[in-house]
Design a protein around this ligand. Structure first.
Ligand code: CA
Length: 225
């Protein structure tokens, strides 16, 4: 089946260029110019991937991302941001986007990102869940469970937990974690790992559940019983 890509971009010139190149690569493409139409189309006929501009005439791209993730819709989202808008990128990824592209972009770069995200999402679907103690993480739904309790994760929290679940009972250093999760030109938020570990712990340790994500002083973090 052909992958369907939804372009959400109000600048017609950019939308046209993206559409032409994606079609040329063999994708089915639809373009809309505002947030309302985007949400309507996504719920009517979920695409395989969304290219999402952040500044739209009605609902902004961040709100769209949050709305989809809150509804547990895990279609890959690549946000399109203006050059050097680092806060936008970070907020976009925090809101649950998977990737970003900075305008003006080279079409080869767009295609590479699209292929990578589609590959990643196809790969996640058939995978078995990870398990440790009463914690499971399902790469298909991107949901975690502790026992029967369902835990919703943002895109970054998922990535971080998946990294730990793939290396159980092993100390991961801050450098390893940073390179793996934020391995792009992040702009150096030095406490970002602590912040995300705290987010994860808050979600993983409700109602006195025993700690699984441990700090290993002077070394890093380990996921273990
Ligand atoms: Ca725009």
């Amino acid at each position: 089946m052909l992958d369907r890509i939804l372009i959400v971009e109000d600048e017609e010139g950019i939308a046209k260029i993206l559409e032409r190149h994606l079609r040329y690569e063999g994708y089915q493409v639809e373009a809309v110019g505002d947030g309302e139409s985007a949400l309507r189309r996504i719920f009517e006929e979920p695409p395989s991937l969304i290219l999402l501009d952040l500044t739209l005439p009605d609902i902004d791209g961040l709100s769209i991302t949050r709305e989809l993730r809150d509804a547990n819709i895990d279609i890959p989202i690549i946000i399109l941001t203006a050059r050097d808008a680092i806060p936008d990128r970070v907020t976009g990824l925090d809101a649950g986007a998977d990737d970003y592209l900075t305008k003006p972009f080279h079409t080869d770069e767009v295609m590479a990102h699209v292929r990578a995200q589609l590959r990643r999402s196809a790969g996640a679907k058939g995978k078995d869940p990870y398990k440790l103690a009463d914690l499971t993480l399902d790469p298909g739904s991107r949901l975690a469970h502790r026992g029967e309790r369902v835990i919703n994760l943002t895109a970054k929290e998922y990535e971080l937990l998946e990294f730990f679940m793939r290396h159980p009972n092993q100390v991961l250093t801050r450098d390893q974690i940073f390179d793996h999760i934020w391995g792009y030109d992040f702009g150096g938020e030095s406490n970002i790992i602590e912040v995300y570990v705290r987010y994860l712990r808050t979600k993983l340790e409700k109602e006195n559940e025993p700690r699984l994500l441990h700090t290993v002083r002077g070394m890093g973090y380990a996921l273990r019983e």
